[in-house]
Design a protein around this ligand. Structure first.
Ligand code: UDX
Length: 434
């Protein structure tokens, strides 16, 4: 199959490289010439484990191409994927669909022969209908079909998620398009991955419902963590105790500083907007959005409390800035709320993150970015773990103690055991554990 991917952002690039690895011929198109030049030279603009090798291998095998010129790529394609950004629109929180509609116009102008137009961007219910209407102004119905095929990739594990997904969701009732989609995902049939064919609107909603449900799960356990702190219970054991019930499931029950990232914050907000517009509010998600935003801010207070209620003039050594490990993505990262609040309370910040410091340097002021975890803790009064990178999981605690002016650790990801830390002489605070 010949596949064209419009947009070489996170989703477009990972999906393009993986489809090429499945054996299809993929052309990734982006308007950003410098990005395309870099990709052609083998430079990957994002940090995602394994992606550089996957791109390199498939470029060498002549299955993966990069271009700024959509004409040839769209003309020859069996399937054109729209994988452009859908950021929250400033002011009202609705998803901004201008890039999606722009891509639809371009496809309508350039496509040649029956073309399946696949929307991979996260879009509100009904966007597929809009895309179809845009293309229908220039093309007849038998020349194309518009399909919804949401992505469920997690940053840091995206390649594995693409190649070994729990399921693939395809929203189309057009038989020809179903066959093309089946062909595209053929390698997954061999793995017995469930491929769920459904209507386009249902598929669009599945994506939002999935992300919102996961955000609910995280927020639920975060509130349980707060309660655990009050009643002297242990949230990790609560997670295990409820998660072993298959109806609940073990995953996404790690309490922490609140969810961040490119999807949950944006998608939960967009879902609540859509729901309100249709007079069918999802109140549970409204509350989750509110509770999560407040939680990120409250994490600074937790640090201040651990320091006896005052951090003015103190130095805080921060470990981890990205919204989660194995990514350099800073979008809606809890560190963006926690660090400024600590600075406002008078603290100085030293910080280290294995991948996200370059990005953070554009987003934070007056932070001293350090060369490694121990460097960040040198002379600090407290260590605060915000992101659970593997390299922070087995720090030399004797060394940490010798670097800190007082042996205080605030672990917002529960990567150490309270009893071990106490035995080592630390004043240790974590999330939802006595
Ligand atoms: C998410 C979805 O998982 C993915 O299916 C979708 O396509 C895009 O959004 P991603 O944003 O990459 O993926 O990260 P994810 O691993 O889901 O984590 C999201 C946020 O939730 C992070 O801030 C993470 O730290 C937090 N989280 C996750 C928790 O606080 N506790 C958990 O148990 C799980």
């Amino acid at each position: 199959m010949r596949v064209t991917m419009i947009g070489t952002g996170y989703v477009g690039l990972v999906s393009g490289a993986c489809f090429a690895d499945f054996g299809h011929v993929v052309t990734c198109v982006d308007k950003d010439a410098s990005k395309i030049e870099k990709l052609k030279a083998g430079q990957i603009p994002i940090y995602e484990p394994g992606l550089d090798t996957l791109v390199e291998q498939n470029v060498q095998a002549e299955r993966l191409f990069f271009t700024t010129d959509p004409e040839e790529a769209i003309k020859s394609a069996d399937a054109v994927f729209i994988a452009v950004g859908t950021p929250s629109r400033r002011g009202d929180g609705h998803a901004d669909l201008s890039y999606v509609y722009g891509a639809a116009e371009e496809i309508a102008d350039l496509m040649d022969g029956y073309t399946v137009v696949v929307n991979k961007s996260t879009v509100p219910v009904g966007t597929g209908d809009e895309v179809e209407a845009i293309i229908s102004k220039k093309r007849t119905g038998d020349e194309f079909a518009v399909v919804s095929n949401p992505e469920f990739l997690r940053e840091g594990a995206a390649i594995d998620d693409f190649k070994r997904p729990d399921r693939v969701v395809v929203g189309t009732e057009d038989e020809r398009a179903q066959n093309v989609m089946q062909e595209l995902y053929r390698p997954l049939y061999l793995n017995e991955t469930p491929i769920l064919f459904t209507s386009r609107r249902t598929s669009e909603l599945i994506k939002y419902a999935a992300n919102a449900f996961l955000a609910v799960k995280i927020t639920f356990i975060n509130e349980m963590a707060d309660l655990c702190e009050k009643v002297g219970a242990n949230v990790q054991e609560v997670s295990r105790g409820i998660g072993l019930d298959n109806r609940i499931g073990k995953k996404f029950l790690n309490a922490g500083p609140g969810y961040g990232g490119s999807c949950f914050p944006k998608d939960t907000l967009a879902l609540t907007k859509t729901a309100n517009d249709h007079g069918s509010p999802v109140r549970i998600v409204d509350t989750v959005v509110e509770v999560n935003a407040a939680r990120k801010k409250a994490m600074a207070t937790k640090v201040i409390d651990a320091m006896g209620g005052d951090v003015s003039g103190k130095t805080i050594g921060v470990l981890g800035l990205a919204f989660k490990p194995n990514t350099d993505d800073m979008r809606d990262a809890p560190s963006l709320d926690i660090i400024p609040a600590l600075q406002e309370a008078g603290a100085k910040i030293r910080a280290f993150d294995p991948e996200a410091m370059e990005e953070s340097s554009h987003l934070m002021k007056d932070v001293m970015f350090c060369d490694g975890p121990y460097h960040a803790l040198e002379g600090a009064d407290v260590a605060v773990i915000i992101t659970e990178w593997d390299q922070f999981r087995a720090l030399d605690m004797e060394r940490v103690k010798s670097l800190l002016s007082t042996p205080t650790v605030v672990d917002l990801r529960n990567i150490y055991r309270p009893e071990d830390m106490a035995a080592k002489g630390f004043n240790y605070t974590s999330v939802g554990r006595p």
